[in-house]
Design a protein. Structure first.
Length: 131
């Protein structure tokens, strides 16, 4: 499973591709900050922001491997290396999204399955609904 990133692709395009593979995960992009400095909400890219290529090649297509066995940390490092953006993977947990910081050594497939299990538990046990 490869994310295809072409010149002019928006971050929203990349997010949609990622979400087709992993419906219980999402990826957010931040402006890369110096090592050791925290990320702030103001450094979050909007979904419409365009991907900028360092080499400016017109026909270049980048691919990022997002296969089920790849660790979250590996995918995040690929985005930093190839696009110069800081990517963070979030897992669905019921009705909220939690950053996969403590489990960034888990494979994407395992993260997605955990999100599915947690979310299905929440939807089955909503208050006011019969079981």
């Amino acid at each position: 499973m490869m994310l295809q990133i072409e010149k002019g692709s928006s971050l929203k395009d990349i997010q949609k591709q990622f979400n087709t593979y992993y419906p219980f995960l999402k990826i957010e992009f931040f402006k890369a900050s110096p090592v050791g400095e925290p990320l702030y909400k103001t450094s979050l890219f909007t979904a419409a922001d365009l991907v900028k290529y360092v080499d400016g090649a017109e026909n270049k297509v980048l691919q990022i491997d997002v296969s089920r066995k790849r660790k979250v940390s590996e995918v995040e490092k690929d985005f930093e290396k190839l696009l110069g953006v800081s990517a963070h993977v979030y897992r669905k947990s019921g009705n909220v999204w939690v950053e996969a910081t403590l489990t960034n050594d888990w494979p994407l497939g395992e993260q997605n399955e955990e999100g599915r299990l947690i979310s299905s538990h929440f939807t089955k046990n909503k208050p006011g609904q019969e079981k």
